[in-house]
Ligand binder design. Structure first.
Ligand code: NAD
Ligand code: WQD
Length: 338
């Protein structure tokens, strides 16, 4: 298939581009590098042994996006391009709605103009807000607790409305990621947080590398086995493979709309993650317990049974794999962060 990937130089996008090419797909990327580095393209080319065609543009630039779509005539789009910081979304909500909702609307409009029939969309477990119970199935109530999460939920609605429109030939896979972590096993690609990381995994690796003094453990009084937050950490390569499986599922044509949780089905606490990283790194990584972070929830882990069944896919990599790959990447990142 000819697959147009938005945000293909980002964390999940770059790993997915590699898996798409490995599966024999033809790929073209659109990207504005607002949260990624140009040299990732050369890394993708080194891993795949193929030249990557990339157009530098903003998905909100309708004319530029339409020109690429007309020229390429993609069979499918995988839509990663978005702003993704929960805290930033509370400070600049209009920008988040502009890129995440407006950009998605522009993309869908352009897809319709060129007759592109399939979209795979990056949604998030954050749409569930505070889940009533775990594991979380797709039937659980939604209710995101921050502007970022609301832009993702509106993106889902927008896509479903386009699928349901009279005469529409669009089919969609809406993928709700739990907590993507890890890095490419080659050590050539991984997450590149700008400034102080908000997320736990890059904060741990930067602390292990001596760039931070200690990890701040946010809250130890949750109703979880050790009192710290529990999440479903999924290796980014497993996640990338799910996108290839989602494209296959859409191309078969059985379902016009799929909404799927992508997680491992197992939760780990903050302390378990720190302990596993410490074992991989070979020394204890310092941490200090602090109060809860505003907006955090105690536990959130997936019931991935539907994705397992519909996609014929499951997450295979372990927490040790996640830590080993993330640590290999941390040691290889060109230049210190911050
Ligand atoms: P990322 O920031 O690493 O990648 C997003 C890419 O999109 C970046 O390369 C960025 O430069 C590009 N981009 C942003 N706005 C753009 C625009 N207007 N035009 C063109 N390109 C633009 O993020 P990621 O972690 O790879 O996340 C990918 C997707 O998955 C996002 O939609 C995100 O909301 C979603 N998601 C991420 C997580 C996570 O924890 N990483 C969890 C759930 C969902
Ligand atoms: C994980 C656990 C923290 C940092 C966020 C977004 C979500 C999704 C993924 C995009 C929690 C604890 C964290 C730290 C800590 N993104 N923690 N010290 O909050 O589950 O999800 O990223 O869609 O929308 O909300 O991930 O990695 O920030 O936190 O103790 O320095 O680690 O309290 O229990 P989260 P996270």
């Amino acid at each position: 298939m000819k697959v147009l990937v938005t945000g293909g130089a980002g964390f999940v996008g770059s790993h997915t581009v590699v898996e798409l090419i490995a599966a024999g797909h033809d790929v073209r990327v659109v990207e504005n590098f607002c949260n990624s580095e140009r040299w990732i393209v050369e890394r993708i080319e080194r891993i795949t042994g193929q030249t990557l065609v990339l157009d530098e543009l903003d998905i909100r630039d309708r004319a530029a996006l339409l020109a690429v779509a007309r020229d390429y005539a993609p069979d499918a789009v995988i839509h990663f391009a978005a702003l993704k910081s929960v805290s930033e979304s509370t400070e600049m909500p209009a920008s988040y709605y502009d890129v995440n909702v407006g950009g998605t609307a522009t993309l869908l409009d352009v897809m319709q103009q060129v007759g592109c029939k399939h979209i795979v969309f990056s949604s998030s477990a954050t749409v569930y807000g505070q889940p009533e119970s775990c594991p979380v199935a797709e039937t659980a109530a939604v209710g995101p607790g921050n502007p970022y999460g609301r832009t993702k939920l509106i993106g889902e609605w927008l896509i479903r409305d386009c699928v349901a429109a009279p005469g529409s030939t669009l089919s969609a896979a809406i993928l709700r990621y739990f907590n993507p972590v890890g890095a490419h096993p080659s050590g050539l690609m991984g997450e590149l947080p700008r400034g102080v990381p908000n997320n736990l995994a890059p904060y741990i690796t930067q602390t292990a590398a001596g760039q931070r003094d200690y990890i701040r453990v946010f809250g130890d009084d949750y109703a979880t086995p050790d009192g710290t937050g529990v999440r479903d950490y999924i290796h980014v390569v497993d996640l990338a493979k799910a996108h290839v499986a989602a494209l296959n599922a859409l191309s078969v044509g059985t379902d016009r709309e799929l909404t799927l949780n992508l997680g491992t089905g197992r939760g780990y606490s903050v302390l378990e993650l720190i302990e596993t990283f410490s074992a991989v790194v070979g020394h204890p990584i310092p941490y200090q317990r602090q109060g809860r972070r505003a907006g955090d929830i105690g536990e959130c882990w997936a019931d991935p049974a539907l994705a397992n069944r519909v996609l014929g896919w499951r997450a295979e990599k372990s927490l040790q794999d996640i830590c080993a790959d993330a640590w290999r990447w941390q040691q290889a990142i060109p230049g210190a962060v911050d």
